[in-house]
Write a protein that binds this ligand. Structure first.
Ligand SMILES: Cc1ncc(COP(=O)(O)O)c(C=O)c1O
Length: 384
């Protein structure tokens, strides 16, 4: 038996998505750039998918470009806005995903000024500081790059507040919305935003497919040269199966958003309540009872015999979750997000992240296994 509680890392494909991709793989083999019937059929499937994605976020069709995922979309927004729009200063935060932070390092080497806004112990942006930074921009053309939901601790930023501040100070606004597309309402026709990023595998679509929304006021030059695909913005024959699968996943995700949310909120609250009831000194990281992404619960466990290797023990017992650390070349490095919020390095942070496919039985299974690994609270002796 395996219980998958790592849906912020990636999600399983939905059956309907697999069926749609199968159909596409079987029936649509033309090159979308060919002008014959097979090519036109492939082109039509891509344009239909573009319409679905545009509708899901309140964009117009011409503002949606398909990419390989969130990483590419964020790279494109940052690097192309510097190259093509004269952005010379970017305000971001220390809690962004590496696919934002690393492109920021790159543009910094080319002379772009990077300012990081302060965040508090729950990972909430200090909006007063953001405004001070915007005010102090001088002649710099500024872009604000702030993620919607943090992938490790789930804290949400207030997109409409950031958008208003950007409007007031004439800044561009980019948001990494990879964790919230299809899970929380996002409407670019109501909230002015210049760039946002989506990756299909975070909403039960295929890996290697994503999109960038580029507001029609922001005209960028090609990110990948070599072909006229994606209206010249990204050369290369399109990942048609991925695009079609992503559109189906997004369509379903948006249609079922509220029911999924209610279901997942229920599982999350149950887990929180049970953890606190069963074990001493459980803490939750992020803005867990304020502005949070309901799909994520980051639990901080006090040091104990099994806490250091808790993730490994859970994996052996059939439960997949993830830690507040990036594991590259076998070496665990402490998460930059946990560092940014000043989380206690002596405690073990574990991110449980849910999907509509999880059940209460999954949570009970997790709790049952945790009971074998952690010391339970003693029942309070009855008085009298
Ligand atoms: C917040 C955030 N941004 C970007 C990405 C990268 O997206 P992709 O895997 O589609 O490249 C991730 C994936 O972990 C993420 O959580």
């Amino acid at each position: 038996m395996r219980i998958y509680l790592d849906n912020a890392a990636t999600t399983p494909l939905r059956t309907e998505v697999i069926e749609e991709m199968n159909r596409c793989m079987r029936d649509i083999y033309g090159n979308p750039s060919s002008i014959h019937a097979e090519g036109r059929k492939a082109r039509a499937a891509i344009e239909e998918a573009r319409k679905t994605v545009a509708n899901a976020i309140g964009a117009s069709i011409g503002e949606v470009f398909f990419t390989s995922g969130g990483t590419e979309s964020n790279n494109m927004a940052i690097k192309c806005s510097v190259r093509d729009l004269g952005v010379s200063r970017i305000i971001s935060s220390p809690m962004e995903h590496h696919c934002v932070l690393h492109p920021l390092d790159v543009v910094k080497k080319h002379g772009v000024k990077i300012d990081l806004v302060e965040v508090d112990a729950r990972g909430r942006i200090n909006y007063e500081h953001l405004e001070q930074l915007l005010k102090a921009g001088g002649d710099n053309k500024t872009m604000v790059s702030l993620m919607h939901a943090n992938n490790e601790i789930g804290t949400l930023s207030d997109m409409s507040r950031i958008s208003q501040l950007c409007e007031a100070y004439g800044a561009l606004y980019h948001s990494d919305t990879v964790q919230t597309i299809a899970h929380l309402p996002i409407d670019v026709s109501k909230t002015k935003i210049h760039f946002l990023a989506g990756g299909a595998h975070k909403f039960h679509g295929p890996k290697g497919a994503g999109f960038i929304y580029i507001n029609s006021e922001a005209t960028l030059k090609p990110f990948i040269d070599g072909g006229s695909q994606e209206r010249n913005m990204r050369g290369g024959t399109e990942n048609i199966y991925g695009i079609v699968g992503m559109a189906r996943a997004l369509e379903l995700g948006v249609a079922e958003m509220e029911s999924h949310r209610t279901h997942i909120e229920g599982l999350r609250s149950y887990l929180m309540e049970q953890l606190q009831k069963r074990y001493h000194d459980i803490q939750f990281l992020g803005d867990y009872d304020g502005q949070y992404n309901y799909r994520v619960l980051n639990v901080s466990f006090p040091p104990s015999k099994n806490s250091e290797m808790l993730l490994l023990h859970l994996d052996i017992l059939g439960i997949s979750a993830s830690g507040g650390s990036a594991c590259s070349s076998g070496a665990e490095t402490r998460s930059h997000v946990l560092k940014a919020i000043g989380a206690d390095p002596g405690r073990k942070a574990i991110r449980f992240s849910f999907s509509f496919m999880n059940t209460k039985a999954d949570i009970d299974y997790l709790l049952d296994k945790l009971d074998t690994l952690l010391e339970k609270r003693q029942a309070t002796p009855a008085l009298g």
